[in-house]
Design a protein around this ligand. Structure first.
Ligand SMILES: Nc1ncnc2c1ncn2[C@@H]1O[C@H](COP(=O)(O)OP(=O)(O)OP(=O)(O)O)[C@@H](O)[C@H]1O
Ligand SMILES: Cc1ncsc1CCO
Ligand SMILES: [Mg+2]
Length: 308
C-alpha cells in the first residue's frame, strides 16, 4: 500500500552523535578521496569536477558505452544526472548502474527536468528499477517521479520543498530495501531548506545561499557530493540517510561562506570552490548543530509490509 498523506513530526535539533558523525564523515571524505564516476550533463561537467576536487574526492567523467560499466566496477560511487541524456550516454548509464548493482556500489540519480520531458522521465523510471541509493532533485523533479507533480517548467523547481514531503516519502517507500535486505532508498529534495528522507525518518538542512541557484550546476554538483559522502559513509557505518544530509550541510556551509565574500554569481562561483576546500570537519559539525533538524515521518506506510 502506498502512503496516503504522510507528514513530519515536530523538528528536533540534531543530537551530539549526529554532530560528531558529521565532523568525522567530512574528515573521511577528505582523507579517503573517494573516486566518483559522473555520467552527467554537458552543461555542468566541468563545474562538478571542480566541486569534487575542491572538496577532496576524485572526479572521473566516464559515461562512454563500453567503458562506463567497467569504470563503475572500480568507482567508490556513481552519479547519474539526466540533464542532457543523449542516446549514447543513456546506454553508458545503463551499463554503469548494472555494474554498480553487481558490485554493491552506491549510485545517485539526479532526474533533471523529469516531468515535462517524456523521454527522460521514462528513462528515470527505468533507472529507478536499478536501485539508486539516493534520488536527488528539486521539488518539481521529485514530485514528478513520485507521480504527484505539478508539471514544472524544465530544469528549475516550481514546487516547494515542504510540499514535496508526501511525494518524497512515497518515492522512498516504493523502493526495495525496507525488508532490511538492502539499504533503504534515500530521497533528497533541494530548495531553500533541503529535505532528506528514507521514508521513515527525515532530516531538514537549512542555510546555504540563493546564489547557488544563480550559477549553473548548483544542484547537479550537489549530487556528486552526495555520492562521495554516501560512499565514505558506507565505509564507516554512517547510514545513507545521514551521509546524504551531511553532504547537504557541508555544501550549505561552504555556500554561506562564499556568499559573504561574493559580489554576485561570478565571484560566488570562485568563492564557493575556495570555501569547499576551506570548510573544516568541525565547521560541518557546528553547522549540523545549528541548521539541521530531524523528524519522524508520520502516516507513511511501507508498501513492503512493515515499518521496521
Ligand atoms: N533559496 C535558497 N536559499 C538557500 N539555498 C538554496 C536556495 N535554493 C536552493 N538552494 C540550494 O542550492 C542548491 C541547489 O539546489 P536547487 O534546488 O537549486 O537544485 P536544482 O534545481 O536541481 O539545480 P540545477 O539542476 O540547476 O543544478 C542546494 O544546495 C540548495 O540547498
Ligand atoms: C541548464 C541546463 N540544461 C540542461 S541541464 C542544465 C544544467 C542544470 O540542470
Ligand atoms: Mg537539478
Amino acid at each position: 500500500m502506498v502512503p496516503m498523506s504522510p507528514t513530519l513530526s515536530d523538528p528536533a535539533p540534531a543530537d551530539a552523535g549526529f554532530i560528531q558523525r558529521a565532523a568525522e564523515l567530512t574528515s573521511a571524505v577528505r582523507e579517503t578521496s573517494p573516486l566518483i564516476q559522473c555520467a552527467t550533463n554537458q552543461v555542468v561537467a566541468n563545474f562538478t569536477a571542480n566541486v569534487l576536487l575542491a572538496s577532496g574526492p576524485a572526479p572521473a567523467m566516464v559515461d562512454v558505452p563500453g567503458e562506463a560499466g567497467e569504470f563503475a566496477a572500480i568507482a567508490s560511487a556513481t552519479l547519474i544526472n539526466l540533464g542532457t541524456p543523449h542516446e549514447a550516454q543513456r546506454v553508458g548509464m545503463l551499463e554503469a548502474v548494472a555494474a554498480a548493482a553487481a558490485h554493491g556500489t552506491p549510485w545517485v540519480l539526479d532526474p533533471v527536468a523529469a516531468g515535462p520531458l517524456t523521454l527522460r522521465t521514462r528513462f528515470a523510471h527505468e533507472l529507478l528499477t536499478h536501485s539508486p541509493a539516493v534520488v536527488r532533485g528539486n521539488a518539481s523533479e521529485i514530485l514528478a517521479l513520485a507521480g504527484t507533480g505539478s508539471g514544472g517548467r524544465g530544469v528549475d523547481a516550481t514546487d516547494d520543498v515542504d510540499a514535496s514531503v508526501p511525494g518524497a516519502v512515497r518515492l522512498a517507500l516504493t523502493a526495495n530495501g525496507h525488508d532490511g535486505a538492502a539499504p533503504a532508498r534515500v530521497v533528497a529534495v533541494s530548495g531553500a531548506t533541503d529535505l532528506i528522507t528514507d521514508g521513515r525518518d527525515a532530516i531538514r538542512v537549512g542555510g546555504g545561499s540563493e546564489l547557488l541557484t544563480r550559477v549553473t550546476g548548483g544542484g547537479c554538483a550537489l549530487g556528486a557530493i552526495i555520492a562521495a559522502f554516501v560512499a565514505a559513509g558506507r565505509a564507516s557505518s554512517v547510514s545513507d540517510l545521514e551521509a546524504a544530509a551531511i553532504a547537504h550541510a557541508f555544501y550549505s556551509e561552504a555556500a554561506e561562506r562564499a556568499a559573504e565574500r561574493a559580489a554576485g554569481p561570478g565571484s560566488f562561483q570562485a568563492a564557493f570552490l575556495d570555501a569547499l576546500a576551506a570548510v573544516t570537519p568541525d565547521d560541518v559539525g557546528a553547522f549540523v548543530g545549528a541548521r539541521v533538524s530531524t523528524a519522524v515521518v508520520l502516516g507513511g506506510e511501507d508498501p513492503a509490509g512493515g515499518m521496521g
